[in-house]
Design a binder for this molecule. Structure first.
Ligand SMILES: NC(=O)c1ccc[n+]([C@@H]2O[C@H](COP(=O)([O-])OP(=O)(O)OC[C@H]3O[C@@H](n4cnc5c(N)ncnc54)[C@H](OP(=O)(O)O)[C@@H]3O)[C@@H](O)[C@H]2O)c1
Length: 289
């Protein structure tokens, strides 16, 4: 049997972390990228080849899954993500893939749940209707969101703004998600039909996150709670579509209410070591802030 491991969404936060973790263990990795140019950095890693995946071109999926033994299925944050996930699952089954790992989200199992959770649940349910061995990864909010969304204001104003009150979040470092995915893709035995809720080691409030950034950067970084309406207006002014604005506000509301603060030992159970702390994350990414 072939030992090619496919990672879709490979240039994204979790996809790139997974490709790096697989490559470091000597795996033969096929990185499924939306754009070959964006994938150039991945191609430099040992054992990594690129394949283009475009959901608008189903033939590209058939090519990407050819000869693949295990695959990580990641879909982007779009309104048609369920249809995209179904395309990936169908392509994996048609190609005879042995085991798929699906990147879902914490709370996907909660009914009725928020919009994003519902979309992930639909994708999870679809996998379960198939003759496919699978593992579901349900991470909490990524620490790397601070790099992508808050680094600008932290750098320029020594502050970050979120509508989260004093709600705590059990942020996870996306590198740990990649390591968990890599472990299961390389050694799927024992993970079939399992769902792992992946959290960091602590649940932190905005003020606690600000304190860590202050320690690491040597500057005083402030957390500013902002009203939901102000965030909605800002997102609308940035041109975000309504579905995206409302989905993101739902996520923040969950955090504000304290529902994103649960901790699990699933990272430790799969990897045999503790997940990274927020402090470790902030030190690694210090230059971004
Ligand atoms: N962020 C969080 O805190 C969080 C928490 C829990 C779960 N999640 C889940 O994580 C998933 C996203 O993972 P991520 O943050 O690692 O992804 P990401 O960084 O947003 O990257 C998305 C990837 O999908 C690719 N892509 C976008 N449109 C595409 C298309 N039409 N055809 C093919 N590829 C396409 C992108 O490539 P290009 O950039 O080249 O377009 C990129 O490689 C979502 O399902 C989200 O719900 C996120």
């Amino acid at each position: 049997m072939s030992s090619i491991i496919l990672v879709t969404g490979a240039t994204g936060t979790v996809g790139s972390a997974t490709v790096a973790a697989l490559s470091s263990q000597g795996a033969k990795v096929r990185a499924g990228v939306h754009s070959l140019i964006k994938g150039e950095n991945l191609k430099r890693l040992p054992g990594v080849e690129l394949v283009e995946i475009d959901f608008a071109r189903p033939a590209s999926l058939a090519v990407a899954f050819t000869g693949v033994s295990t695959a990580l299925l990641i879909t982007p944050f779009t309104q048609d993500q369920v249809a995209m996930a179904q395309q990936l699952i169908d392509a994996a089954q048609a190609a005879g893939v042995r085991h798929v790992v699906r990147l879902s989200a914490s709370g996907a199992e909660a009914e009725p749940g928020i919009q994003l959770g519902q979309w992930h649940r639909q994708a999870e349910e679809y996998i379960k209707t198939k003759e496919l061995a699978y593992t579901l990864l349900r991470p909490t909010s990524f620490m790397q969101n601070f790099v992508h969304q808050q680094a600008g204001s932290i750098k320029e104003q020594n502050a970050f703004y979120l509508p989260m009150g004093n709600g705590r979040v059990s942020y996870i470092d996306a590198r740990n998600i990649g390591e968990v995915a890599a472990e299961i893709l390389l050694r799927p035995e024992g993970h079939d039909g399992k769902a792992y809720t992946l959290t960091g080691p602590q649940a932190l409030s905005g003020s606690e996150v600000a304190r860590i950034f202050s320690q690491v950067t040597g500057r005083t970084i402030a957390y500013q709670d902002v009203p939901e309406e102000a965030v909605r207006t800002a997102m609308q002014q940035q041109g975000l579509p309504d579905w995206m604005t409302e989905s993101l506000l739902e996520l923040h509301a969950i955090s504000r209410a304290g529902y994103a603060s649960g901790l699990t030992s699933d990272v430790q159970a799969v990897l045999g070591r503790e997940p990274y702390t927020f402090q470790q994350f902030a030190e690694t990414y210090k230059d971004c802030f």
